[in-house]
Design a protein around this ligand. Structure first.
Ligand SMILES: Cc1cc2nc3c(=O)[nH]c(=O)nc-3n(C[C@H](O)[C@H](O)[C@H](O)COP(=O)(O)O)c2cc1C
Length: 336
């Protein structure tokens, strides 16, 4: 492990081997993807966010998103979103019993319009007392540590992360993660460390840092301030999951194109096996885009794979490009 920046960290009753965790990312951190992230040994990984409303009714699709948790060797947290106290109760007790996650996290950070409109996600930061009450209620019932993911505020006129976090701490939250942007900002501008550091100084529970963690150097810079308990990596992992290893060991990882191809073939097989042929094939295209970013002829490769319609041919495209530096001529599929 790299120096004194990478340390075990306790979240309530759970101790993580290291303080580098993988963020929940909707549409991304499903089982196959987590299986790839896991190879680089983060301290904790998260599922995609799941709706408490759907969980309360044991919705098949949503429950399905949480399957295979027990297959991981790295601890996994489940992230839930919602706003209704009763549904929160039902949902978290159900997932604790059925999936035994290491952590349950409440999403108080999502800025998506459809989420905000129903007072979920970052909207929870607009009613500190109600959110704290929900946490207090749940903590009393759960054996699993409860955490929350927040933004620095809803908008620039309400940068309430410190008062919100203190209320959640008083209510029994075991740790928080803060993304250094307001919900209004979505992903624009830069994530601001200042309020996260101040928050970490004022809280006793661990505070994890989220926002613009794209390089080992920046991760080290944030950790070396000695304020936050750890980091939550997100977009920096898209196409470069080995960032986890770089941060943990404090050393750049040099990946050959063949090694990247090996990861992609493994990921593709997992996608097909667990998401099914149609979804697995479609989802994989996003990842092929991320992994080929910045590579010579990456743009041409993306055109080839985006036009591809056959699983076997797509595997061949990956092998040709990543193993042999070869590309076929892209053929635009005909509209049916
Ligand atoms: C595609 C995508 C999906 C995301 N889904 C979630 C989510 O389900 N729950 C959550 O708390 N944050 C989610 N996030 C936010 C990330 O966890 C993270 O806080 C944010 O991207 C900032 O970190 P970064 O700048 O290092 O990517 C998502 C981000 C992206 C890019």
């Amino acid at each position: 492990m790299s120096s004194d920046l990478i340390l075990p960290v306790s979240i309530g009753s759970v101790t993580l081997e290291n303080n580098i965790i993988c963020a929940p990312m909707a549409g991304i951190t499903n089982f196959p993807n987590r299986s790839i992230l896991e190879m680089y040994k983060p301290g904790l990984m998260f599922t995609e966010m799941v709706s408490i409303n759907a969980l309360s009714f044991k919705g098949k699709k949503t429950v399905g998103m949480l399957e295979h948790l027990e297959k991981h060797k790295v601890p996994v947290g489940i992230q839930v979103f919602g706003s209704d106290e009763e549904y929160f109760n039902k949902a978290v007790l159900f997932i604790e019993e059925k999936f035994n996650p290491a952590i349950i996290d409440i999403n108080m950070a999502c800025p998506a319009k459809r989420v905000i409109r129903s007072n979920n996600g970052a909207s929870m930061m607009r009613d500190e007392d109600k959110s704290a009450k929900i946490v207090e209620c749940l903590v009393k019932k759960l054996k699993t540590p409860l955490t929350a993911k927040l933004r620095i505020g809803f908008d620039s006129d309400s940068l309430n992360i410190k008062s919100m976090a203190k209320k959640l701490e008083a209510a029994g939250i075991a740790a928080i993660t803060v993304h250094g942007r307001t919900a209004k900002q979505m992903y624009s501008g830069q994530s601001d460390p200042q309020l996260i550091f101040e928050c970490a100084e004022e809280l006793n529970v661990p505070v994890f840092y989220s926002g613009d963690l794209f390089s080992m150097e920046y991760c080290q810079e944030i950790l070396s301030q000695g304020k936050v308990a750890g980091l939550m990596l997100a977009r920096g992992l898209l196409g470069s999951p080995w960032l986890i290893e770089e941060v943990i060991h404090g050393k750049h990882v040099t990946m050959s194109q063949k090694e990247i191809g090996d990861i992609l073939l493994k990921q593709f097989d997992l996608f097909i096996q667990y998401l099914g042929e149609y979804k697995g094939f479609t989802e994989m295209k996003k990842h092929l885009g991320w992994y080929s970013k910045g590579l010579t002829s990456g743009k041409e490769f993306r055109r080839v794979v985006n036009y591809e319609t056959s699983i076997e041919e797509q595997k061949k495209n990956i092998i040709d490009f990543f193993y042999h530096n070869k590309l076929k001529t892209p053929v635009k599929p005909e509209r049916k």
